[in-house]
Design a protein around this ligand. Structure first.
Ligand SMILES: NC(=O)c1ccc[n+]([C@@H]2O[C@H](COP(=O)([O-])OP(=O)(O)OC[C@H]3O[C@@H](n4cnc5c(N)ncnc54)[C@H](O)[C@@H]3O)[C@@H](O)[C@H]2O)c1
Length: 241
C-alpha cells in the first residue's frame, strides 16, 4: 500500500503519519513512548487530533536503550490492550519502532560517542523493543488474539549510503538484518489453521527516503500551487508499506 503525505491533514512526523494510517485502518488504542517529554506531548496532541473518536491515545516516557523502561512500556501497552477488549488474553498487537537519531559527521570527524549513540538508539533500541515484545510469556497467548505485527523503521540510506552518515546507515542496515532474522524466528512459531500458516508475529521493515517533517514544509505541500515534482521536493516523498 502507498500513502502520500499530501493526503494527510496535519501529521508532522513519520511516526504521526504512520499512526494516522494505522488508526484509520485498525482503530487500535495507542501507547506512545518517547524519551523526550516535549516531543511526547507534541506527538500525543497531534495523534489525539487525528485519531478517530473511539480510539484511546496514551503516552509514557521510555528510553529505548534502557531495558527496564522498555519492558515497562510494553507492559503498559498490554494493560491498555485489555481496555474494552473482549479477549481476556489481549496484548498489544502492533509495535512500531520509530525512535531514531542522527549524529552526522564524515568518518574522520566521527566520535566514538556519536557512533555509539546512533547505534544505541536506532539498532539496540529496536532490538530491546523487539525482544520485550516477543517475550515467550507474551507469545504464549498471542495466538488467541490473532497474533501481532512489528514494523521497524529503517532508511533508504542503508541501501544507498550517504556522505556523513556511516553511523546512521550502519544502524539502519542493522535494523534490516534484525528484521529479516526475527521474521524467520517468528515464522517458526506459527498459528496453523486448516488451510494456512500464519506467523504469530509478522516482522517487517519500512525503508523511507527523505521525508520533510516540519510544519513549514507541510504547509508548502498543502499549497495548491506546489507539487511534489517541481524540483524542490524529492520524488520519493511517500510512505510505503
Ligand atoms: N525524516 C526522514 O526523512 C526519515 C527518512 C528515513 C527514515 N527515517 C526514520 O524514521 C524514524 C522517525 O523519523 P522522524 O523524522 O519522524 O524523526 P523525529 O526526530 O521526528 O522522531 C524521532 C523520535 O525519536 C525519539 N527518540 C530519540 N531517542 C530516543 C530514545 N533513546 N528512546 C525513545 N525515543 C527516542 C525522539 O525524541 C523523537 O521524538 C526514525 O527512525 C528515522 O531514522 C526518517
Amino acid at each position: 500500500m502507498m500513502l502520500f503525505l499530501r493526503r494527510f491533514s496535519g501529521p508532522t512526523s513519520i511516526f504521526c503519519c504512520f499512526i494516522y494510517c494505522t488508526l484509520q485502518l485498525t482503530r487500535c488504542n495507542v501507547l506512545l513512548a518517547d524519551v523526550h517529554e516535549g516531543n511526547l506531548s507534541a506527538t500525543i496532541s497531534e495523534c489525539r487530533r487525528i485519531a478517530p473518536f473511539d480510539v484511546s491515545i496514551e503516552a509514557t516516557i521510555c528510553d529505548v536503550t534502557n531495558k527496564s523502561q522498555v519492558r515497562c512500556a510494553v507492559q503498559k501497552a498490554d494493560d491498555l490492550a485489555l481496555v474494552n477488549s473482549n479477549c481476556a488474553a489481549a496484548k498489544a498487537s502492533i509495535l512500531v519502532n520509530s525512535a531514531g537519531i542522527t549524529k552526522d559527521a564524515k568518518i574522520s570527524n566521527l566520535s566514538d560517542a556519536d557512533w555509539d549513540n546512533v547505534l544505541g538508539v536506532n539498532l539496540k533500541g529496536t532490538f530491546l523493543m523487539c525482544q520485550a515484545f516477543c517475550n515467550p510469556d507474551r507469545l504464549a497467548n498471542m495466538g488467541d488474539c490473532l497474533g501481532g505485527s512489528i514494523i521497524n523503521i529503517g532508511s533508504i540510506v542503508s541501501k544507498c549510503g550517504n556522505i556523513g552518515q556511516v553511523n546512521y546507515a550502519s544502524s539502519k542496515g542493522g535494523v534490516v538484518g534484525l528484521t529479516r532474522s526475527l521474521a524467520k524466528e517468528m515464522a517458526s512459531l506459527s498459528l496453523r489453521s486448516s488451510n494456512e500458516t500464519i506467523p504469530i508475529i509478522r516482522v517487517n521493515c519500512i525503508q523511507p527516503g527523505m521525508i520533510y517533517v516540519s510544519s513549514k514544509i507541510r504547509n508548502y505541500f498543502l499549497h495548491p500551487k506546489h507539487s511534489y515534482n517541481d524540483g524542490l521536493i524529492p520524488s520519493n516523498v511517500v510512505l510505503s508499506f
